[in-house]
Design a protein around this ligand. Structure first.
Ligand code: FAD
Length: 435
């Protein structure tokens, strides 16, 4: 008989809450990963880089487990079908996993939880993805926060940075490594067998050095500088532990810690207000008259708007699956304000391209830029792409890197005139506010 630990967006053996609890239990632990057909069938690109990343990490975990005399059970299919198979193949006594707050994941876990309990198998879930989840940081009246600053204050109070490390303590999984289920190496399905093409690329490293943290505040806003951690893909897939990163950050950079709090904030918002996935957080904006011009959307996607900082960002995204945060804000503002294109279009494009795509942070970022979100940019504050460029890429190093034809006759004219577009956006937002 075995306990099963189900990996999802927590692809690591170190400091993993659910895995730790599984190993401390009475049954040997068989780790499982499912390539979920419900998710994979909806991916648009056969060469989606994220699949290569996930496959690589699954392989890495499997190899490590094999050093312990165990292995990783890897399945491909719809979770409900896979679980029926697993219960057939093994005498499963309990299932352990880490919680995920996206609507699809919550529904999936509710279904699997019910199925397991109909078989009298307990389904135990743990917090692992964030420092504080769901109802852990609430207003005094018990309502969820919808504004970031008071939320972050309460968050820090609860963490009690000075006195205790309770919430950021690591789970010493390695102490219980002799409780892995012993088995011969199990098989691993290839990407090709699931209909995907592996890509050759180097992913960002899973560590950040102290210098980057200490200089983060000064450097983070300049896209030509390597001044941010580049850990987003690892935080997305759990290939690093958020607790370990928070421990490393405390006392080194409040600004960086704040970004980790934004991450918790948007996960909390998604949990409490799942409607944000498809709707404006502030419904007064539902009446907004988006122009939604398809040609202009295409120009934005391809990085051919004639606004160098916007085009550089979109090309960085298209080529690498990454875009610097400052430029994410600029490109999102440009799409929703200058072009008056529905934020949902931009959000979907980012979701398709970003290696670090995360529903809560992406939706939060887009609704922030579009002014429709929780603690959003006020609608009348419209980024001027030229002054943003002046401030944050004065030497044009970032622009020249991604838009080599910039400054030559081949570079396109701006698709909209800044002043007119700005006024048009103000008028559109104002008319909604007045109604
Ligand atoms: P760093 O600056 O080193 O920050 C460290 C970590 O903090 C990041 O890895 C991330 O996990 C977290 N973080 C930083 N800023 C934010 C933020 N504003 N909201 C939530 N978490 C944050 N981030 C994603 O992880 N996935 C997304 O899909 C995503 N979409 C975005 C869309 C828009 C329109 C905008 C404006 C922002 C988006 N962000 C998203 C937030 C941010 O741009 C990225 O987290 C950051 O650029 C990743 O690079 P980094 O790891 O070097 O970040």
């Amino acid at each position: 008989s075995v306990s099963v630990f189900w990996f999802r967006r927590d692809l690591r053996l170190e400091d993993n809450a659910g895995l730790y609890h599984a190993l401390k239990g009475e049954h040997p632990v068989l780790p499982l990963f499912i390539f979920d057909k419900e998710i994979l069938d909806n991916l648009e690109d056969k060469d989606d880089k994220r699949l290569t990343f996930i496959h690589q990490e699954v392989e890495r975990i499997k190899a490590k487990l094999e050093k312990e005399g165990s292995s990783l059970l890897v399945k491909y299919g719809k979770p409900a079908d896979v679980w029926a198979e697993v219960l057939n193949e093994y005498d499963v006594k309990a299932v352990f996993t880490n919680r995920d707050y996206e609507p699809y994941a919550k529904e999936r876990d509710a279904t699997i939880g019910e199925y397991l309990s109909s078989e009298e198998i307990p389904f135990k879930t743990f917090k692992d993805q964030c420092i504080f989840e769901m109802d852990e940081v609430l207003k005094d009246d018990g309502d969820p926060y919808v504004v970031f600053t008071p939320y972050s204050r309460k968050w820090k109070e609860k963490l009690n940075v000075e006195k205790s490390d309770f919430y950021v303590k690591s789970y010493p999984v390695e102490k219980y490594a002799d409780n892995y289920f012993q088995t011969k190496p199990l098989s691993l399905i290839s990407l090709e067998d699931m209909g995907f093409e592996p890509v050759k690329m180097r992913f960002p490293s899973r560590t950040v050095d102290t210098e980057t943290l200490e200089e983060y505040k000064e450097n983070r806003d300049y896209p030509a500088v390597d001044g941010t951690s580049r850990l987003s893909i690892h935080l997305r897939f759990g290939t690093i532990s958020i607790r370990q990163l928070a421990r490393q950050t405390i006392g080194k950079s409040d600004t960086f810690l704040n970004e980790l709090i934004w991450r918790d904030f948007y996960m909390m918002i998604l949990h409490h207000f799942p409607k944000v996935v498809t709707e404006n957080f502030h419904s007064k904006y539902d009446a907004l008259n988006w122009r939604n011009n398809e040609k202009e959307f295409e120009a934005w996607c391809e990085g051919k708007t004639g606004y160098p900082i916007v085009d550089a960002g979109m090309r960085q995204l298209n080529e690498t699956g990454y875009m610097h945060n400052r430029v994410r804000m600029i490109t999102a503002s440009f799409l929703t304000k200058h072009l008056l294109i529905d934020w949902r279009w931009g959000e979907a494009y980012f979701a398709r391209k970003l290696l670090d795509y995360d529903l809560s942070a992406n939706n939060g970022g887009w609704q922030w830029a579009a002014s429709t979100g929780t603690d959003a940019q006020p609608y009348f504050r419209i980024f001027n792409p030229y002054s943003q460029q002046d401030k944050f890429d004065k030497q044009e190093a970032y622009i020249k890197k991604w838009v080599p034809e910039f400054g030559t006759g081949k570079y396109p004219e701006p698709i909209v005139e800044h002043k007119e577009a700005r006024q048009r956006a103000l008028d559109a937002f104002k008319s909604v506010m007045e109604n």
